[in-house]
Design a protein around this ligand. Sequence first.
Ligand SMILES: [Zn+2]
Length: 246
Amino acid sequence: MKLVDTHCHLHLFEPVPAVDPNTTVHVMTVNPDEFDAARDLFGIEAGDAKRTGAPANIQVALGLFPEPVAAQEAALPAFLERLPDTRFVGEIGLDYVTESEDERARQRRVLETILEACGPQHVLSLHSRRAAADTVAMLRGFPGSAILHWFSGPAAVVESADPGLYWSLNTAMARSDRSKKLIRLMNPERILTETDGPYITIGDRPAAPKDVRRVIDFLAREWDVEAEEAAVRVWQNYQAALGGNQ
Ligand SMILES: [Zn+2]
């Protein structure tokens, strides 16, 4: 069974868990220094083609977390410098935990700069805490593949979103009745899987890439198909995301 975890902070696990070669992981970083360190950890040199001993199923993504905004602005030049080195971007986005309108506007300016610098080859993982409407609005017309990670609503934003947007679902969402209602509004051809480990936990351990299987089992129940069939559908969705929005 081919599986994909499009949002996992794999480098933060202690120790880093072994990943099945049939599971592809997008390793999320939150700033360019972390991206450099994670690439070193997994043995990836600058430039996607030059992988020195790194497993082909581990993709380190270049991130720039929106909070705190001053740190994000300071790291933006280093982020843009590294962008030509990777197709995979995340995590990026907006976080309206801050109530400052000025800070929110500054986050939007950074995101706008990132989106303008990205092209059809890029696959993005987006954080949108309390900023769903603005994040989705800013992605309209984006030429690459944009994945909304751990999307928490509101429902009206899902209903009016660009049908080309992707949604990555995790075990916390599969457990939540509120999330289930949202998931039923999402285009099934745009659904992907993630763990957001180690931030999401299962019992007293962090969710690891192997736990995307739990999300597949949830989707199998939702779609009324066998787990194998749910995994095939998600894998096809993932292949479409890699191919861009043509
Ligand atoms: Zn994350």
